[in-house]
Write a protein that binds this ligand. Structure first.
Ligand SMILES: Nc1nc2c(c(=O)[nH]1)N[C@H]1C(S)=C(S)[C@@H](COP(=O)(O)OP(=O)(O)OC[C@H]3O[C@@H](n4cnc5c(=O)[nH]c(N)nc54)[C@H](O)[C@@H]3O)O[C@H]1N2
Ligand SMILES: Nc1nc2c(c(=O)[nH]1)N[C@H]1C(S)=C(S)[C@@H](COP(=O)(O)OP(=O)(O)OC[C@H]3O[C@@H](n4cnc5c(=O)[nH]c(N)nc54)[C@H](O)[C@@H]3O)O[C@H]1N2
Ligand SMILES: [Mo]
Length: 799
């Protein structure tokens, strides 16, 4: 790997954020162009640079792919783009190398006599079509389910949504976005009536206070952390609030760091809101003009004093007061929320309290005053918009017959052809239905549930059921693909064309740079092929899916999105090939896109327009249309209070620790790409268990000791890393599965594995149905000393 000529990409493993380019409040973030080329290749030797954007997080960093002799030889950040101003983070700098891995899938596989054997596309697709037809005839559309991703392209999700909902007619279509951004979507719907990110990354340039709620942005939206660091080093820097049980890089730079017990976010937020209300740090004019529900919130948080929350969260009351003052007196407050809230206990309730904070302070729709209910995956926004995630396309309300009729008009089908008599099925329920045998075909695209879903022993048993026909569409023979009946080799980023939208609504075009390996095909081609073979028709007998390539699919999506919050009608591939990075809505009236939503009150909460009529934030029970109409007849933003309720996963004598899971900077998810990138793999080669120094000392444990973490669900083993976490909490990265272990697959039943999800029990937020990956009661035992000596013991019994 060459050093970057401009010096911004030195050792980006040791220094992931690179050199500083400080700037002051309200200034323009300076350009810094990061690049990485293969050993021995210079920029002059690159044949072409092909436009793309990052596919390894939700930042949407714009980049160009370097091509030489038909191969990808590197990447370079695009200086002109609003999102990254030229910067790239370590995964983006290096992980393109995984595209060229020798173990890419190059041919379809089908199961013969229990083994997966190579075959051709017609045979593989023929089997899928035959099974689909057979099931539709014998058991009906509800026997077929699709589980997709936050990593395909917009055109692919839209095509999948049309064929699944109006072609097959199944309500069982969801994405791994359920594990990722279901709570973001739900929190936005509950507060603003509709999904749609209010804020903009440019709010980082203007804010005087930035609050990060359960968001380790330094490791997960690395380039926006560079932006934050540049502000911190410039004149008039912002002050940061970090709410995270670990001493993350964010916490180290924070003015106030609150490290609450896991699963107590609502108690903490209620106390922060209590203080903001008590001190009168509210914006009465904004509240009166743009919101409903303030009185109920005031009543709810009235008894929630910092002292009360201190007892629940185990955070000093004085620190809560200090944090409240930071939030309450900010001139321009930017808040971001991510998995420390979304995957923890009371996920939606907690995320909504952050929206409440912004609503009562009138911190919305102005430079620096915004909320980012973050996405995680690069294209999660599109899964949501296109309706491949358990919502109808275009943020339409499945309970509103007019919305369904409008979608039916776009698709030229009868409204009854679109299942909408119950909420679309969420991912955890799809797996339950497969377990019970009512779902008989499960088509999994671009996700690896045998590592990423809770309770892996159960997931493996569901996937290996005889009665379930499983299709897996991936780049590699993953832990999940090993269970498949048909494996379809997919082309990916750099090998196919399509668009995707980041967490602040910025749309990028990512173009094909090189041919995919072997017979691997773009996911879009696979879905189009399936729709054609199945002969799906509209109500006039024409083809249901009328497009044959990405640009036509995009044009079709534009028609579906027109007039909806996520309006793409002003965009085109030609426009996306121009100045880089345009935010939706982009229309005839807003041809350059829209930087912030809700600058002038919320626009989509009217009962006739809203995406949902809302749910109870504790029970998740739908509140219904009548109630919504009576509470919010004019369609204002909804201030939605929520009481704190203690988690069922609470430590006890047998399970004295709280286990949480998450990410490291160097890996992406189940490491199918980053694990095949030597520099990234070497930076974090194996799983670990993070423990507080006080706990380690108390239990006589040392750095590198091999421990076993046991929950009520299962067990895992890893080596200890000591420090930078609150006492009583253990943290395990969830990246490590089995494809690169000597056995190549999961441990035999009853044996502890290394995947975090061996130990994460099945539980989800009642409102968003997002699994809780971040709160399990756990026990710890020593297995072996770091030096290989000594015998194991149960730590909590000796502690
Ligand atoms: N390097 C890297 N970047 C990524 C990804 C990746 O795999 N690797 N994945 C992308 C995706 S899909 C996502 S969703 C995002 C996720 O991005 P983040 O949400 O930032 O990442 P996590 O590590 O899952 O969790 C964030 C923090 O939540 C804290 N936390 C755990 N439990 C609690 C709790 O109960 N309360 C509070 N307040 N905090 C808690 C953890 O200590 C952790 O530091 O990252 C995206 N970016
Ligand atoms: N314990 C615990 N579990 C978690 C989390 C956690 O914090 N803790 N986080 C959750 C979150 S937020 C997320 S987003 C999920 C992620 O979980 P997964 O989605 O299961 O993780 P990935 O490894 O990203 O899987 C994506 C798969 O798609 C393949 N792929 C990549 N590009 C393409 C493409 O273009 N086409 C096709 N067909 N395939 C492609 C990759 O090879 C890979 O196998 O994990 C969730 N699980
Ligand atoms: Mo995610």
């Amino acid at each position: 790997m060459r050093r970057n000529p401009r010096g911004a990409a030195g050792d980006r493993i040791a220094d992931p954020w690179g050199d500083r380019t400080p700037y002051g409040r309200g200034g323009r973030w300076p350009v810094r162009t990061d690049s990485c080329l293969a050993e021995g290749v210079t920029e002059e030797e690159v044949d072409t640079w092909v436009r793309a954007a990052s596919l390894l997080h939700s930042d949407g960093d714009a980049m160009d792919i370097a091509v030489r002799d038909g191969r990808i030889v590197g990447v370079r950040g695009r200086a002109g783009d609003r999102v990254n101003r030229g910067r790239l983070e370590p995964k983006d700098l290096y992980a393109w190398q995984a595209n060229g891995s020798a173990d890419r899938l190059t041919q379809p596989l089908v199961r013969e006599g229990g083994r997966l054997v190579e075959t051709d596309w017609p045979t593989a697709m023929g089997r899928i079509v035959a099974r689909s037809r057979e099931l539709l005839a014998s058991r009906g559309p509800e026997s077929v389910a699709f589980y997709t991703s936050g990593q395909l392209f917009l055109e692919e999700y839209y095509t999948l949504a049309v064929l699944a909902r109006a072609g097959i007619g199944t309500p069982h279509l969801d994405g791994n976005t359920r594990l990722c951004t279901a709570t973001a979507a739900e929190a936005l719907k509950e507060s603003f009536g509709s999904d749609g990110q209010p804020g903009s990354y440019e709010d980082i340039d203007h804010a005087d206070v930035i609050a990060l709620f359960g968001h380790n942005i330094a490791e997960t939206q690395v380039v926006q952390w560079m932006r934050t660091l540049d502000r911190l080093d410039g004149p008039d820097p912002p002050r940061l609030l970090c709410v995270d049980p670990r001493l993350t890089p964010v916490a180290r730079r924070a003015a106030v760091h609150l490290a609450p017990r896991l699963g107590t976010n609502v108690a903490l937020l209620d106390a922060l809101l209590h203080e903001v209300v008590r001190h009168g740090w509210t914006d009465p004019d904004f509240i009166a003009r743009h919101t409903v529900g303030f009185d109920a919130l005031r009543e709810q948080v009235e008894p929630c004093t910092p002292r009360w929350a201190a007892g629940i969260c185990d955070v000093p009351a004085a620190a809560i007061e200090e944090a409240a003052e930071l939030l309450g007196t900010a001139e321009r407050l930017l808040s971001t929320v991510l998995q420390g809230f979304y995957q923890s206990h009371q996920a939606t309730a907690a995320a909504v309290q952050v929206n409440n904070l912004h609503l009562i302070r009138g911190m919305l729709g102005r430079p620096g005053a915004g909320v980012l209910q973050m996405n995680g995956q690069p294209t999660a926004e599109n899964t949501r918009e296109c309706g491949a995630d358990g919502d109808l396309p275009g943020f339409r309300n499945w309970q509103n017959e007019d919305h369904v009729a409008d979608l039916a008009r776009v698709w030229n089908v009868e409204p009854s052809a679109i299942p909408h008599d119950a909420p679309p099925t969420h991912a955890m329920k799809i797996f339950r239905l497969a377990e019970q045998g009512s779902v008989r075909m499960l088509w999994i695209s671009a996700t690896n549930p045998a590592v990423s879903l809770p309770d892996l022993a159960r997931i493996r048993s569901v996937l290996s059921q005889d009665g379930l026909f499983t299709v897996v569409q991936d780049l590699f023979l993953t832990e999940t693909a090993q269970f498949a009946d048909v494996v379809l080799p997919a082309a990916t980023w750099g090998e196919k064309t399509g668009t995707f939208t980041n967490a602040d609504r910025t749309v990028h075009l990512s173009e094909k740079a090189v041919d995919p390996p072997g017979e691997a095909r773009p996911d879009l081609d696979v879905f189009l092929d399936y729709a054609a073979r199945m002969g799906f028709e509209d109500k006039d007998g024409g083809p249901l899916v009328r497009w044959s390539g990405p640009e036509e699919a995009f044009e079709a999506w534009k028609r579906c999105s027109a007039g909806r919050p996520c309006d793409y009608s002003g965009l085109s591939y030609a426009k996306l090939r121009g100045p880089s990075g345009i935010q939706w809505p982009c229309t005839e009236h807003a041809p350059d896109g829209t930087d912030r939503l809700y600058g002038d009150g919320v626009a989509w909460a009217h009962p006739d327009l809203c995406e949902t009529y809302g749910k109870d934030l504790v029970s998740g029970e739908p509140l219904g249309e009548d109630r919504y109409r009576s509470v919010n007849p004019e369609g204002k933003a909804l201030i939605r209070p929520a009481p704190y309720v203690q988690s069922h996963e609470w430590p006890d004598e047998d399970h004295p620790f709280q286990l949480t899971t998450g990410r490291t900077l160097y890996h992406f998810h189940t490491r199918t790409k980053t694990g095949r990138t030597p520099r990234l793999a070497d930076a974090a080669p194996d799983v670990w268990v993070q423990i507080a120094a006080a706990d380690a000392t108390r239990l006589g444990l040392g750095e590198g000791d091999l421990v076993e973490v046991t929950t009520r669900c299962g067990a895992l083993r890893g080596r200890l890393r000591i420090g930078s976490i609150r006492p009583g909490v253990l943290f395990v990265p969830f990246h490590y599965g089995y494809w690169d272990t000597p056995a190549g697959n999961a441990p035999s039943p009853g044996t502890p594995g290394r995947a975090a999800n061996e130990a994460i029990p099945t539980a989800w937020d009642p409102v968003s149905k997002q699994p809780q990956f971040k709160t399990a009661a756990a026990a710890l035992a020593l297995v072996e000393r770091a030096d290989g000596q000594g015998h194991g013991y149960d730590c909590h019994r000796s502690g």
